[in-house]
Design a protein around this ligand. Structure first.
Ligand SMILES: [Zn+2]
Length: 281
């Protein structure tokens, strides 16, 4: 599968904790497991739900993974899979796919990792390419050992604030520099999936544009009318600042792994490739 893992962002103080309770091999005969979301789902009444009962994937999910309708939209595929395997989300009564769509991407990615762990075990053979000598490294990673950054209990996910250096220049010549973004959700992933496939840079513009809460003094209707054009107009200096803000203290699973090349000794960081981690083989 090729679920795009969206960038995760926060301004909330976070602590790094391994919150997993699942062992390396999924227990035989047990189908349902408790997991705790790194961020949680806030319902319309303001209650945050973080406890999830997840069940192992079955033949039903194998059919979802093979369904051509979802092949072109990783966001929809993830929504469908999670909706199918979530037995209980917090105190919510079972409902449609919209709740799963509205989960933060960081929570959805965490649930996907847990789904993989409980169904097939937590070991994943991963390949990395040494940036110095191009040696291929094959490393057995334990998905349950990946560091998870969680929002402290009782706290809610906040917006990400970025002070842009160059800012956005509107048609009157005013410069807007104070950018506030919310974290992306599954609904954002679903909405930009086709753009993301055709051009990851434009897809990212579309994703971030959806997440803009405010930009300087720009009125809401202008922000909405401009959409992704705001992001493509920003300087690369500012775009880098946004990336940094999104990555700093991001809640969720940290997929960046430190590796040492056995051939040349080079140490490097690389992101764990999850593109095929739900493969049934
Ligand atoms: Zn090397």
């Amino acid at each position: 599968m090729s679920a795009e893992l969206a960038t995760d962002i926060t301004t909330t103080d976070v602590t790094t904790t391994d919150i997993t309770t699942i062992g390396a091999a999924p227990p035989a005969g047990r189908r349902a497991f408790d997991v705790t979301l790194p961020i949680g789902y806030t319902d319309p009444e303001g209650t945050v739900h973080r406890k999830v009962v997840l069940r192992k994937m079955t033949g039903k999910e194998e059919a979802i993974l093979a369904d051509r309708r979802f092949q072109k939209n990783g966001g929809r595929l993830v929504t469908e899979l999670l909706h199918s395997c979530i037995v209980q989300l917090g105190e919510l009564s079972p409902n449609g796919r919209s709740t799963v769509s509205n989960l933060y991407s960081a929570d959805r990615n965490y649930l996907l990792l847990k789904l993989r762990s409980v169904t097939f075990g937590s070991e994943l053979e991963s390949s990395y390419t040494c940036p110095s000598c191009s040696e291929q490294l094959h490393v057995n990673e334990d998905l349950d050992d990946l560091p998870v950054t969680v929002v402290p209990d009782g706290e809610e996910q906040g917006d990400v604030l970025v002070e842009l250096v160059d800012g956005y220049v509107d048609k009157e010549g005013n410069v807007h520099t104070a950018l506030a973004l919310r974290l992306p959700t599954g609904a954002d992933e679903e909405a930009v999936a086709s753009q993301m496939r055709e051009n990851p840079s434009l897809g990212k513009n579309a994703l971030l544009a959806r997440c803009i809460r405010s930009l300087g003094e720009m009125p809401r209707h202008r922000l909405e009318a401009l959409g992704p054009r705001i992001m493509s107009d920003l300087t690369m200096t500012d775009r880098r600042l946004i990336d940094q803000a999104l990555n700093d203290a991001a809640p969720g699973v940290d997929l960046v792994r430190r590796q040492e090349c056995p051939a040349c000794g080079r140490e490097f960081s690389a992101s764990l490739d999850l593109s095929n981690f739900l493969a049934l083989a």
